[in-house]
Design a protein around this ligand. Structure first.
Ligand code: FES
Length: 72
């Protein structure tokens, strides 16, 4: 079974290919746009779980990691 590769960018977010639907803080269903979305892994985003670029100001450091996710 083919997997989805999620890239944990060096010093940055998890980059997830594709799109996702989610329920926002107001209980409304939302959908990401574009061909990829970025999830925060530094803890400083004001738009969690999404990255808003705050990792740069926070000087977050972490290595690049590629994860292959498969559904079973
Ligand atoms: S990884 Fe970008 S704001 Fe946290």
């Amino acid at each position: 079974m083919a997997g989805t590769t999620v890239v944990a960018n060096e010093n940055g977010p998890y980059l997830v290919p594709g799109s996702a639907t989610y329920i926002d803080a107001d209980g409304k269903e939302q959908k990401t746009t574009g061909t990829m979305f970025a999830l925060c892994r530094c803890g400083h985003s004001s738009n969690k779980p999404f990255c808003d670029g705050a990792h740069k100001k926070a000087a977050f450091t972490a290595p690049k990691i590629e994860l292959t996710v498969t559904a079973e």
